[in-house]
Design a protein around this ligand. Structure first.
Ligand SMILES: [Ca+2]
Ligand SMILES: [Ca+2]
Length: 559
């Protein structure tokens, strides 16, 4: 697909080559973030004012004479970090920093940020001798509470790495670097993963970044280099990022990662999958007290992502427990042709260890998604894998809870497959699939007619896909924790007047768990003046009375 992004890049490249400027061109610094996305992605310009305790660093600074004040900055970020106390902010002036080693954060609650209106670049594409394993920015085990904001990082083994005590040091303290926020950054051209989250690195928030070109170590060949690779880090939030041109999978959370929230990201051109809920992890990384069944992923929420152009599944589930996959839009996914389906149930092997668990995925909820595929697509929309190895491995236990999805393949019928011997279904149509799983009600096979911003123009798809309804909003400041145990649900609604007799009705159902956590399900319907009706919102039906044209006279969950 020739997107605006590629057009603009082509023009820049042509201009650069014509004028011989290519080598001297400054990094793009997020300029290539596409604007045809129905929610905000990529770095925000405002990195905040300098705090009173700022320690300044400048490429023109001098470590020997530095005070850290703005008129006597450090030259080296690591020298400033050595002088910093917990709670300090290291403010980087514009320009390129080549430390030759990790920028290594060893103390808690340190912020590293570009100065407002300036762009600092940490370039680790060349190394000091013997440091080619170093990352661009390395949050060491004692760096919890750290922040990285508004900085570009080029290269590194990982561009940004969170370190753990999982397998070394004091056995009474296995914690990793936690409560870290990476925001408004441009992170790219790492030799392996762009962002690495190791076990027990919990509460990592990654938002409003541009993340691209992983795996430069592989020089265009096959290799494992994710955009975001999370192995057993809990409560990760990945929000409003633009993640593109990834050498393997754009984002995965595996090894028993719990409560990840992955939302409002645009993922484009991943050679392998877009988002994997779980994958395949060596057994020694699992926390068997919290997760005795060796689930790769627990309670992940994947919603409102736009995923375009992946070689393997747009979204895959591997040994995933209680995953929720809703309101995502998938375009031209699983286009490699050989493996996976658009949404795929895969199998974990966990190193084939006799004691490992490799459970089937269980209790997934997949609803209100749009999958729009070109005529070149040859794989199923959904496939449940089965493997004969290790006594027989099923990718899913029971049937998935599904509904209100839109499936479309240009010029062809959508196909659905279940490879489990006890419930075989081979490339069947939607109606046969619905009968097979006794579900996926309310789903349609229809061209969503995605517009220039990937929103469905086909009214059959109202409430489906990313950006549906009133859900185009900023992310919460803290990741929400989803829960399966809903003790109640409340509905609210409002009307937006359109031309003539036409209105848009936005409905939100807020689920409350017994533990007090909340989760929202949203839908939008085109209605006429004074409409009264019952509307589907996720798995709920909500009665709304709009008598008085745009007034909400009554709004309640009826089932
Ligand atoms: Ca990896
Ligand atoms: Ca954990």
């Amino acid at each position: 697909m020739k997107t605006g992004f590629w057009k603009s890049i082509s023009i820049i490249l042509a201009a650069a080559m014509a004028f011989g400027l290519f080598a001297a061109m400054p990094p793009a610094a997020g300029a290539a973030v596409p604007t045809d996305t129905p929610f905000d992605i990529g770095p925000r310009a405002d990195t905040g004012d300098d705090p009173a305790n700022a320690i300044y660093v400048s490429p023109a600074g001098n470590d020997a004479r530095a005070t850290g004040k703005i008129d006597a900055p450090y030259k080296s970020i690591n020298a400033a970090l050595a002088a910093a106390k917990p709670g300090d902010t290291v403010v980087l002036r514009g320009g390129t920093y080549r430390e030759g080693v990790n920028v290594r954060v060893r103390k808690p609650d340190i912020t590293i940020k570009s100065r407002k209106g300036e762009r600092a670049v940490i370039d680790l594409s060349s190394y000091d001798r013997g440091h080619d394993e170093d990352s661009g920015v390395y949050f060491d085990v004692d760096s919890s509470g750290g922040k990285l904001r508004g900085v570009e990082v080029i290269g590194g083994y990982y561009a940004v790495c969170m370190e753990t005590r999982w397998d070394w040091g004091d056995p009474a303290n296995r914690k990793g670097a936690s409560n870290i926020t990476i925001e408004d950054c441009v992170l790219h051209d790492s030799r392996h993963d762009v962002i690495k989250i190791k076990p027990n690195c919990d509460n990592i928030t990654i938002r409003f970044n541009e993340i691209y070109n992983s795996g430069t170590a592989f020089k265009g060949g096959e290799g494992n280099a994710e955009g975001i690779d999370n192995v057993n880090g809990d409560n990760m939030a990945v929000q409003h990022n633009y993640i593109h041109d990834i050498c393997s999978t754009a984002v995965y959370a595996k090894g028993g990662a719990t409560d990840a929230l992955i939302e409002y990201n645009r993922i484009e051109r991943a050679k392998e999958a877009g988002i994997l809920v779980g994958f395949d992890t060596s057994p020694e990384y699992f926390d068997l007290k919290a997760n005795p069944g060796y689930y790769e992923n627990i309670r992940c929420v994947v919603r409102h992502n736009l995923i375009i152009g992946t070689g393997l599944s747009g979204i895959g589930l591997y040994a995933a427990k209680d995953a929720q996959i809703y309101n995502n839009t998938l375009v031209n996914v699983a286009n490699g042709g050989l493996y996976h389906s658009a949404v795929y149930f895969g199998i974990s092997y966990q190193d084939w260890e006799s004691y490992a668990g490799r459970p089937a995925s269980v209790n997934p909820s997949i609803r209100n998604n749009i999958i729009s595929q070109p005529s070149s697509f040859v794989r199923p929309m959904i496939e449940i894998r089965y493997a004969n190895e290790l006594g027989g491995l099923s990718a899913l236990e029971g049937s998935p809870l599904m509904g209100d999805n839109c499936y479309y393949v240009a010029g062809k019928k959508a196909a659905f497959s279940d490879r489990r011997p006890g419930s075989l279904l081979d490339n069947a149509g939607l109606a046969a699939w619905q009968a097979h799983i006794k579900g996926d009600r309310g789903s349609a096979e229809a061209d969503p007619r995605l517009d220039a911003r990937y929103l469905p123009a086909n009214p059959t798809c109202a409430g489906m896909g990313t950006g549906a309804g009133a859900s185009i909003q900023k992310p919460p400041t803290t990741p929400s924790t989803p829960s399966q145990a809903n003790s109640g649900a409340e509905a609210s609604a409002y009307v937006v007047k359109q031309s003539g007799n036409q209105n848009e009705l936005y409905i939100t159902v807020t689920e409350r768990s017994a533990g007090g956590m909340t989760r929202e399900v949203k839908a939008m319907y085109k209605i006429n003046n004074n409409a009264v009706g019952t509307y589907k919102v996720g798995n709920y039906r909500v009665y709304v009375n709009t008598k008085g044209n745009d007034q909400i006279r009554d709004c309640r969950v009826v089932e």
